[in-house]
Design a protein around this ligand. Structure first.
Ligand code: SF4
Length: 326
């Protein structure tokens, strides 16, 4: 059976007007947060999207579910073109697309009860009322490993990991098909991170969910991802099946990220040669001509300055945007 695309992005662009030093907006200059990104996530899959802060990964997530109006390109969700849909047209689809946020302390109102937080989305979409609503919320809490009777407690009474479980229950309340997990474990203790990832994996299997899982490093998405996308300065540098990208990374930037990832086996860790990236990520307002990574790349050559390389399929859907492979 052919895989069913859940999210298709085609040449997606998301530019924001750049602020001047005085806070005035200069409409002629733009932050190119996402620049011509094309990718597909099939139903039931998880795309782990990684890159340094400011590379555009969160903007892709927000634009994909139309929290932002894209500057250009096309977004198809579950077969429907949603690129230019109005807020009213999007409303019935909102249930299907949810988001789990990075900071469980900031994303939940501490003065609301857990029942009100989870029930809010249920009420907006008019899904359940009365005793049935209470029963559904208690069931959701149990599904994420909390007690059903936590429903009347306030968010501030919970730890970071428990709050993230509440955030997951809130996203599940409207029975979504697709969830953007925006660095959902980055703010948590290492000991709690694996628990949250395990819950997300179990839920995916039971509910056939599709995830876009955003993280800043490759080790965090290793176990949950079926596919990996590596972003650099608004562009996709490499994309492919997770095993293929981890075992056979092609783009010099992916190799550098992988060389920095922690390795459990002490012998392997000693053998691993760390690639130190010199210099900072350039400004997305005026990206350098040619390959955007060339100022930090040990393999840069003359033709890297000539044009911004497009993704090339090296076989089996393993794509890389680098002149070394053209
Ligand atoms: Fe390095 Fe050139 Fe490839 Fe860019 S195109 S990653 S500068 S080798």
């Amino acid at each position: 059976m052919n895989p069913k695309p859940m999210l298709e992005l085609e040449n997606l662009r998301m530019y924001f007007p750049a602020k001047t030093g005085l806070g005035l907006r200069k409409p002629t200059s733009f932050v190119k947060a996402v620049d011509r990104v094309t990718l597909t996530i099939n139903a039931g899959e998880t795309l782990g999207l990684v890159g340094e802060s400011g590379c555009g990964k969160t903007t892709i997530g927000r634009t994909a579910i139309r929290l932002y109006d894209p500057t250009g390109g096309r977004i198809k969700f579950d077969g429907q073109d949603i690129t230019r849909m109005t807020r009213k047209e999007l409303k019935p689809l909102r249930k299907s697309m949810q988001m789990i946020f990075q900071d469980p302390y900031a994303s939940l109102n501490p003065r609301m009860t857990v029942g009100d937080i989870i029930g809010e989305a249920i009420d907006i979409h008019g899904l359940y009322t009365g005793a049935e609503r209470t029963e559904v919320i208690a069931g959701l809490l149990e599904r994420v490993g909390l007690a059903g009777d936590h429903i009347n407690r306030y968010a501030h009474e919970f730890s970071g990991g428990q709050r993230q479980r509440i955030g997951i229950a809130r996203a599940l309340a409207v029975e979504p098909k697709f969830i953007v997990c925006d660095e959902p474990v980055s703010a948590l203790d290492v000991s709690i991170q694996a628990q949250i990832i395990n819950i997300l994996e179990e839920l995916q299997e039971k509910l056939n969910l599709t995830y876009l899982f955003i993280a800043h490093d490759l080790s965090m998405v290793k176990h949950i991802s079926t596919h990996i996308g590596v972003m650099y300065l608004g562009r996709l540098a490499e994309h492919g099946k997770a095993d293929e990208v981890y075992e056979n990374p092609k783009h010099p930037y992916t190799r550098a990220l992988l060389s920095a990832a922690p390795v459990a086996d002490p012998d392997a860790a000693q053998a691993q040669k760390r690639i130190i990236l010199e210099g900072d990520i350039p400004s997305p307002i005026d990206p350098p001509p040619g390959c955007r990574f060339k100022g930090r790349c040990a393999y840069a050559m003359g033709k890297c300055a000539e044009g911004d390389p497009e993704l090339t399929d090296l076989g089996g859907g393993h794509k890389v945007a680098c002149s070394l492979y053209v």
